[in-house]
Design a protein around this ligand. Sequence first.
Ligand SMILES: NC(=O)c1ccc[n+]([C@@H]2O[C@H](COP(=O)([O-])OP(=O)(O)OC[C@H]3O[C@@H](n4cnc5c(N)ncnc54)[C@H](O)[C@@H]3O)[C@@H](O)[C@H]2O)c1
Length: 328
Amino acid sequence: MKILITGGAGYIGSHTLRQFLKTSHELYVLDNLSKGSQTSLEDLSRIRNFEFFKQDLSDFKGLKELFKTQKFDAVVHFAASIEVFESMQNPLKYYINNTANTANLIQTCLENGVFKFIFSSTAATYGEPKTPVVSETSPLMPINPYGKSKLMSEELLRDASVAFPEFKHCILRYFNVAGACMDFKLGQRYPKATLLIKVAAEVAAGKREKLFIFGEDYETKDGTCIRDFIHVDDISSAHLVALEYLKDNASDVFNVGYGHGFSVKEVIETMKKVSGVDFKVEIAARRAGDPSVLISDASKIRSLTSWQPQFDDLELICRSAFEWEKQC
Ligand SMILES: NC(=O)c1ccc[n+]([C@@H]2O[C@H](COP(=O)([O-])OP(=O)(O)OC[C@H]3O[C@@H](n4cnc5c(N)ncnc54)[C@H](O)[C@@H]3O)[C@@H](O)[C@H]2O)c1
């Protein structure tokens, strides 16, 4: 297939591109490089050729021209703004970049006969769940504009597939993505990252002075938030599986996580252990929009698809993030 990967220069997009490059699909990347990395793309082009369009999704005219000339078979849509805290301060940025641009992308697919669409959604669509473990049928009640912007995009996809049944989509709700490729040749280059394991790796590698714990008074075993951390290569492989799934199945939605969680303090202890660095940690106030516990029920993707995670090991995830951080 001829596949367009939006946001392919970003963290998860580039790891997924790397896995797709090992298949026979023809690959095309669209990214405005606002957060993505040209260096990652250059490194990946050594595996094999793919075409890169430095383009912004909000350039609707440019997008239509691209689709007319390229005749894609499928779109894997990663491009988005991703910071929960920023979305509380600048919500319209999220509705425009994540929802409006996705609406236009879907419309462009429909107009050009691109009937397979894989979408990066998020556990943030569940908001502050009443149960610690959430399945795909749990209530969707996002508590921040980031989560809402993603839920609206999910609704756009569902409505489009009802109106045009030949248009099939797969929504992947990722939990907390972390780590780097196990050969340490690719990792997260996100500037001023806010994701815990990335920040912990930066502190351990001496790139930041200290790590902040945002809130120590949650109703959890040690007072810090609990998350389902999943290795980026296991998230990436879910996209290959999702595309395969759409061949013989209707549109669907899957949680992508390991089904168990670790607290912020447990992650910090693990990072200290694997790095051998007893870095400085400071307690700060809670951040608005952070739920206390968020863990996936990932039984659906495991039972309906061939997805087989390989890196369900917090030490391994932290080690990969630390090793990458030392050399990038
Ligand atoms: N990182 C996580 O833990 C996590 C969890 C759940 C869901 N997700 C979702 O996964 C996707 C990828 O996240 P990531 O962590 O790789 O983020 P990232 O910022 O590293 O990647 C996003 C990429 O999209 C590009 N981009 C953003 N807006 C664009 C636009 N208007 N036009 C063209 N390119 C644009 C950026 O330059 C970047 O390369 C996002 O949709 C995010 O919501 C991520």
